[in-house]
Write a new protein. Structure first.
Length: 285
């Protein structure tokens, strides 16, 4: 289930009640669950092929366009303090984490237009080509990523690790948010109860939009509430197994506390929620 969601999203009674059922109690299925698996035989788009030239790892461009026009921003190698002192128990202890290699990350969350181009369908509850795709499970995301990789361009596409995600979200900052929340995020106070077109709020210092809001985002890692107590410091990739996958970021119905850089959530990898989408990471092949 999405850890602690009901306690963190303190909203008016009727909305809060729905959120509790939709996201606090994952097994209830109150949040929208697509009836059919994403990427089935019906309506599958032909797989794109790339003619892009190989990239020089020693001289990477700061921005690139990937398959389906996914805009990618180069995130430099570096280190940061992961977690939040005084935050939720699973955000502690804080520790220094090293991201030893640069990587690319989507400037925006994957849009419905991009999802449709690759998968030939649209599972989203909130419909619009420039809205983030929603109602996709972690397993659906893997199917989407496999199709991106089948294109054969210079990138190996994947989901970001949890450490990469928080490093990219913070973009050199150390506070609860990477800037003014109202200016940078669609969340409960300003989203009007639905997702909004990507890229309309201010980016962080790395040039990434919507990290603190709009739709939450799947990460590659398994979730472990005690992982910070035993994690390696260099390029952590999460536990080797588990029951839930990590979900990061704020969403259109989250309150401010639930949009912090350090907030962690867990979710069944087969579940689809209208508050959860994806952002693509990429490494040079």
């Amino acid at each position: 289930m999405l850890k602690g969601l009901a306690a963190r999203n303190r909203q008016p009674a009727l909305v809060g009640w729905c959120i509790l059922l939709a996201c606090g109690l994952v097994s209830s299925g109150c949040d929208r669950d697509a009836a059919n698996p994403v990427g089935g035989a019906a309506g599958v788009a032909p797989r794109p092929k790339s003619v892009a030239q190989p990239l020089d790892p020693a001289n990477l461009p700061k921005a690139m366009a990937g398959v389906a026009g996914i805009e990618l921003i180069l995130i430099p190698a570096g280190e940061f303090t992961m977690g939040e002192a005084g935050g939720e128990p699973d955000e502690q202890p804080t520790r220094r984490v090293v991201i030893s290699q640069p990587f690319y990350l989507g400037k925006y969350e994957v849009t419905q237009a991009q999802w449709k181009q690759i998968m030939g369908n649209n599972p989203s509850k909130f419909v619009g080509d420039d809205l983030p795709v929603d109602s996709v499970s972690w397993k659906d995301a893997q199917a989407f990523i496999q199709r991106l990789n089948d294109a054969g361009d210079p990138f190996f596409y994947r989901l970001p690790t949890e450490a990469e995600w928080e490093y990219a979200c913070r973009a050199g900052t150390t506070g609860k948010y990477a800037g003014d929340l109202n200016a940078s995020a669609w969340y409960f106070d300003n989203a009007g109860g639905k997702t909004q077109p990507v890229g309309k709020k201010a980016p962080n210092a790395f040039g990434l939009h919507d990290m603190h809001g709009n739709a939450r985002e799947w990460c590659q890692d398994w979730y472990d509430d005690l992982y910070y107590k035993k994690s390696v410091s260099d390029d952590p990739t999460g536990p080797t197994n588990g029951m839930w996958r990590v979900v990061r970021g704020g969403s259109y119905f989250a309150n401010a506390a639930a949009c912090r850089s350090a907030v962690r959530y867990k979710l069944d990898p087969e579940l689809r929620l209208d508050s959860v989408g994806i952002r693509i990471a990429a490494s040079v092949r």
